[in-house]
Design a binder for this molecule. Structure first.
Ligand SMILES: O=P(O)(O)OC[C@H]1O[C@H](O)[C@H](O)[C@@H](O)[C@@H]1O
Length: 431
């Protein structure tokens, strides 16, 4: 993985990082690295996530999915960190990513349609919840179970659950004797992609999860006391410095359809970890080249409060653009769709730089298992680093938990602090 921060440096970028300040930033990185390394050493809460590439035992995952390994589809029932990592991995690496379907939201029409579109007798159910108490996941699982029963399919034969040792989901596991994979200790869900939380569907769809972890391990080995040695730390340090200079938004724009979900996974990681104490960049999700034709206008000419992160693989499939009889299309002669996409990428970075808008480029050698593992790990390391540099609690999410408690209270009818606040919320209707 390679990082190019050129378009975020210099006097022209606004916000920008002064090249002369990089060495000061590097000193801050060295200090933060000491804290991170000590946290990893002690397997402290959150920091333990950076040990997953070494800790995750893929043979346990492969054994747990053995009974459902022949299923045509996998239906993940989970939300947030219990869905996005899994979808990111299969979307990027599975031969047929459509075989992995996610039920995270509880939109009733969507749930009904999803279930009616699937051959339930050939669909494994992957239920994931670290806490085992998330309302959306439990409700969806109950709906899914009922749909299987209505279709005369024994859901217990097709279900794998990843959850902690206690909680309603663990109780269901015990009651129905379902295979259960543990969630790793000390790892917040959004940092758990490289564990059973994120790897069960990939294992069922024959993804090289060992290669994914090997790529992540290589990135872990690269972490050291200098941003110059680690693309992950360098990315985090530059984002931090740009945020200090006013980049309140970080638009992540992969130039690869297979990485579209990566931007979604990153958004949770970045927002939930770093959105605290009145700070944190707002992650925006974009896709190159599609969003060159929509959002890019704002990124180049809107308020000076953004940075753009572009991501691309170093190698692409070859799909030549056929020659045409029209002179006006002669500029395609001998070209390939990948070349066109790379030209669009180069043009975007150059156009942002020309307008003085910062961009950071991430290039993977290849979008294979190793490359994706490296990317996911580097982004996790970047997130942890920014949390240290900004001196915030990276691994908590109190604002999100407030909403979870409120929703549970509203459904149960119990009066709580949260439900009182909901009842008194401001309203000014215009009909
Ligand atoms: O895995 P679960 O316990 O079901 O949690 C699912 C999600 O719930 C909340 O929204 C948390 O803030 C997320 O970080 C978490 O990923």
């Amino acid at each position: 993985m390679h990082l190019d921060i050129g378009a975020a440096l210099g006097d022209d970028a606004e916000p920008g990082v002064d090249e002369g300040d990089l060495d000061d930033l590097d000193e801050q990185v060295a200090q933060a690295h000491e804290t991170i390394a000590a946290g990893r050493e002690n397997d402290d809460f959150g920091y333990a996530a950076l040990n997953l590439p070494e800790e995750t035992d893929t043979s346990v995952i492969r054994e747990a999915v053995e009974p459902v390994a022949d299923a045509e589809y996998v239906l993940t029932v989970g939300i947030g960190g219990s869905a996005l990592g899994a979808k990111t991995v299969t979307a990027a690496l599975a031969d047929d990513p459509h075989r992995h379907v996610i039920l995270d939201n509880v939109d009733p029409e969507h749930v009904e349609r999803t279930l009616s579109d699937l051959p339930l007798d050939d669909t494994a159910i992957n239920v994931v919840s670290k806490s085992g108490t998330t309302a959306e996941t439990l409700a969806n699982f109950l709906v899914v179970r009922a749909a299987y029963e209505d279709a005369g399919v024994d859901w217990t034969e097709l279900t794998v659950v990843t959850t902690g040792e206690s909680g309603p989901l663990a109780e269901l596991v015990a009651e129905h004797d379902l295979p259960r994979l543990p969630v790793p200790d000390g790892v917040p869900g959004r940092f758990a992609a490289l564990s059973s939380v994120g790897l069960v569907p990939a294992a069922i769809l024959d993804v090289d999860i060992e290669g994914l972890l090997a790529g992540a391990s290589a990135a872990a080995d690269g972490l050291g006391p200098s941003l110059y040695d680690s693309p992950g730390y360098a990315y985090g340090a530059v984002c931090y410095a740009l945020e200090e200079e006013g980049a309140a938004v970080n638009a992540v724009m992969p130039y690869a359809e297979r990485l579209e979900y990566f931007a979604e996974w990153f958004a949770q990681l970045w927002a939930e970890s770093l959105g605290k104490e009145g700070r944190g960049q707002t992650p925006a999700r974009a896709l190159g080249a599609t969003d060159q034709h929509s959002q890019l206008q704002l990124y180049r000419a809107g308020p000076n409060d953004k940075m753009v992160t572009v991501v691309r693989p170093g190698e692409r499939a070859e799909v030549p653009i056929p020659e045409s009889e029209h002179d006006s299309l002669s500029y395609f002669a001998g070209a390939d769709l990948g070349q066109l996409l790379d030209a669009e990428y180069d043009a975007t970075v150059a156009s942002l730089a020309e307008a003085g808008r910062p961009a950071v480029e991430i290039e993977l050698d290849e979008l294979d298992a190793e490359g994706l593992g490296e990317l996911l790990y580097a982004m996790e390391a970047a997130t942890v680093l920014v949390g240290e540099l900004a001196d915030i609690e990276t691994f908590t999410q109190p604002a999100v938990e407030w909403g979870k408690r409120a929703a549970r209270g509203l459904l149960s009818g119990e009066e709580t602090e949260e439900t009182k606040t909901v009842a008194q919320r401001p309203s000014y209707r215009i009909d």
